[in-house]
Write a protein that binds this ligand. Structure first.
Ligand code: SAM
Ligand code: SF4
Length: 291
């Protein structure tokens, strides 16, 4: 494989280390991470989420579930690379539990030997599905909860019931403890001005329910309209590591490309490898290194 980048060996070395590669150009072999969106609809309208209220209510392609045919075609292409793949994330824009076929899809991934399968959910629709989800192969379970106060929570996560979500998560923790003790649970809140004064309480609330091997954390708010987030000026790893597949088959630039504005290809008409090794993506990678 030609050395695509070659401009700044130190940047390349550090990027490669972050995705467990000896050399960055090895990234072209196959994505180390895949994010597959099972459905692009949501039962909530969270104020900070583009797919919730923050887009002003635009729901592009609303309600599309990835077809079994397309999903199976993706899995078939992943199979020879199962060892190489570090993780598959089974959510994208929207709430994955709205897809009633989610467990069957996750089982397919487990069957081909994918080692790390991650799911993030707002937990309102769990309703006794935890055991099935863990049985299907989820081994990294994430719950999104931004406040431990009912009024605030329901203001941020519009459309969801605080009591229901907490009840579902407590039940999920019990099921995990009893049947899948090795699966870590992570509760994540988005750091917002609406919850700035309750970070310590929030942490205590979850520490009382979780085990030491679990994690509760606030994640930084990602600006939605291209504003700078004040983070480091360092090339994003995503284009070297992660293939983000929307439920309509579009492969997009990254998980923050909510509207799929930078579409690299579509898995209905192209193979995963063709898209991953395309000139279009190679150019974007070069720009990330040199830009
Ligand atoms: C887009 S959601 C999809 C999965 C599921 N609906 C959920 O809420 O967990 C994935 C994660 O993105 C987080 N999120 C949403 N908007 C965000 C923003 N503007 N900045 C940072 N994280 C955000 C959510 O809190 C959630 O943890
Ligand atoms: S539940 Fe998840 S996808 Fe839905 S609006 Fe909230 S953060 Fe966005």
């Amino acid at each position: 494989m030609e050395n695509l980048y070659g401009k700044d060996p130190e940047i390349e070395k550090q990027l490669a280390e972050r995705i467990f590669l000896k050399e960055l150009k090895e990234c072209e072999r196959f994505p180390k991470y895949l994010m597959i969106e099972p459905i692009n609809a949501c039962n909530a309208r969270c104020i900070m989420c583009y797919y919730g209220a923050a887009s002003g209510g635009i729901y592009r392609d609303r309600g599309e579930i990835i077809s079994d045919e397309l999903f199976n075609a993706i899995v078939k292409q992943m199979e020879p690379h199962a060892e190489w793949i570090e993780m598959v994330t089974m959510y994208g824009r929207g709430e994955p539990l709205l897809d009633m076929g989610l467990e069957a899809k996750i089982s397919r991934l487990k069957d081909i030997g994918i080692k790390h399968i991650q799911l993030s959910t707002n937990a309102e629709l769990l309703n006794g599905r935890t055991k099935e989800l863990l049985e299907s192969g989820v081994n990294d379970l994430r719950f999104s909860v931004d406040s431990v106060y009912k009024d605030r929570y329901e203001h941020i996560r519009k459309g969801l019931s605080f009591e229901k979500v907490i009840e579902n998560i407590e039940e999920a923790i019990n099921i995990r403890n009893s049947f899948y003790p090795d699966v870590p649970i992570r509760v994540r809140g988005v750091a917002l001005e609406q919850n700035a004064d309750e970070r310590e309480e929030w942490m205590q609330f979850w520490k009382q329910r979780l085990r030491d091997s679990d994690k509760a954390e606030f994640i930084g708010y990602h600006p939605l309209h291209g504003e700078k987030d004040g983070g480091e000026d360092w090339p994003c790893i995503s284009v070297f590591s992660t293939m983000v597949i929307h439920s309509n088959g579009n492969v997009v630039l990254c998980c923050n490309d909510w509207e799929g504005n930078v579409c690299i290809g579509n898995v209905s008409s192209q193979s995963l490898i063709e898209i991953w090794r395309s000139e279009k993506l190679a150019n974007i990678r070069r720009l990330h290194i040199t830009g």
